[in-house]
Design a protein around this ligand. Structure first.
Ligand code: PLP
Length: 406
């Protein structure tokens, strides 16, 4: 059974008040709160086990290295990757996608080669490809979503032409919560011989992930949305792609030897992890993933689906709230505007006065908002510790906004 009270007790921040009201944290899409086990892992790492990794033979360095390297295995288990060495540590999804762009795509793509994207993408899965467009003449091909925010996987597959070298697609929109059938896209792309990068920033938070079943070539996750520390994350690279990566950042730890005239590189994943990494953040990330696997991702998905359905029902009672995009299986992420003049920032400020944290803005997804024909929206994004009481608090906050702004 999903013991929501016990789960809430695991997150100390949920006991605090904001502006004199109990915190209702609905900004999980931006970053999630941390359970005590993560805070403890970080505290222990700094208080008792801190040293640089991969460098020293002394006791603390050995402990730090063992703990840090063990996280690779934890990430592999979380994603069902067959080998921990297919996991490259990154500071988050942004770095992971930039890594694919610099270390894999840039040396291989020529002018006129195409990358297929959907209009749902976060800027982190757009701008690195714009770099290739600007610098190398790569062409970006866009697949639209329908009025409900849905992307037809067949439309993505059909967009793959003879010059397509990569499909880069999100598993879940951070704006509308739309799920994309990335497994179907990977199957179709594979038949056409085209690799697929999946942005799992949101998708991995809201349900179980199996990169082998998805059949993707690259899968990026970010630790701070997975209830871990900021500055942590990972890129899964399929075995057949691993040998195709070229060095990205140069520096310590990624080399085998360096002379005045030559350099040879360590094998991946270390070749892609130059310099002192986010040692403690990754250690905390491992604790977060272990915690999530302990609760069970299927159970979290079920809990959030119930919250989504309840929130959808409550939104639908308020015809003056316009929710952007709705598909039956979407994640519990709702971006909305209110009829009338109220700006998203004003709504967010009123909600904040009641202790309710939502995001207001354009959510690093300007092409999607342009496609939907909206400017700034408010976004309520639910996580594993949210409850129907949180939905009720949001709704009564919105009712107040309606009274205030007309
Ligand atoms: N992709 C999606 C879908 C996101 O929601 C986010 C963060 O909001 C990112 C990528 C970027 O993640 P990060 O800033 O942690 O690198």
């Amino acid at each position: 059974m999903y013991d929501i009270d016990a789960i809430r007790r695991d997150f100390p921040i949920l006991a605090r008040q904001v502006n004199g009201k109990p915190l209702v944290y609905l900004d999980n899409g931006a970053s999630a709160q941390k359970p005590q086990v993560v805070i403890d892992a970080v505290t222990q790492a700094y208080s008792l086990e801190y040293a640089n990794v991969h460098r020293g033979l002394h006791t603390l360095s050995t402990i730090a290295t063992e703990k840090y390297e063990a996280v690779r295995g934890t990430v592999a288990r979380f994603l069902n990757a067959s080998n921990p060495n297919n996991v490259i540590f990154t500071s988050g999804t942004t770095e992971a996608i930039n890594l694919v762009s610099y270390a894999w795509a840039a040396p291989r793509f020529a002018a006129g080669d195409e990358i297929v994207l959907t209009v749902l993408e976060h800027h982190a899965n757009i701008v690195p490809w714009h770099f290739l467009r600007e610098r190398q003449g790569v062409v970006l091909k866009w697949v639209e979503c329908d009025a409900n925010g849905a992307v037809d996987p067949q439309a993505v597959i059909d967009a793959i032409g003879p010059r397509t070298r990569l499909v880069a697609v999100t598993q879940m929109s951070n704006v509308t919560g739309t799920r994309v059938d990335v497994a179907a896209i990977c199957a179709g792309a594979r038949q056409k011989g085209v690799p697929v990068l999946v942005d799992g920033s949101q998708g991995a938070v809201h349900g179980p992930v199996d990169v082998q079943a998805i059949g993707c070539d690259f899968y990026a996750i970010t630790g701070h949305k997975l209830y871990g520390p900021s500055g942590s994350g990972a890129l899964y690279v399929a075995p057949e792609r691993m040998g195709e990566l070229r060095p990205f950042l140069g520096g310590g730890d990624m080399i085998e030897t360096v002379t005045r005239d030559t350099v040879t590189y360590a094998r991946p994943p270390l070749m892609l992890e130059a310099g002192t990494p986010s040692i403690v953040s990754q250690t905390g990330f491992g604790a977060a993933l272990t915690y999530l696997m302990g609760v069970g991702m299927p159970a979290i998905a079920e809990h959030e689906a119930a919250l989504r359905d309840y929130a959808r029902q409550e939104f639908s009672k308020r015809n003056w709230v316009k929710v952007q995009g709705d598909t039956p299986d979407k994640g519990a992420i709702f971006s909305f505007t209110l009829d009338g003049a109220a700006h998203a920032h004003d709504i967010s400020t009123v909600l904040d006065q009641r202790g309710i944290a939502v995001r207001a803005g354009t959510h690093c997804a300007l092409p999607l908002l342009q496609h939907l024909g909206v400017g700034a929206t408010c976004r309520a994004s639910f996580g594993m510790y949210n409850t129907t009481d949180d939905v009720d608090a949001l709704m009564s906050g919105l009712d107040l906004c309606r009274d205030l702004f007309g």
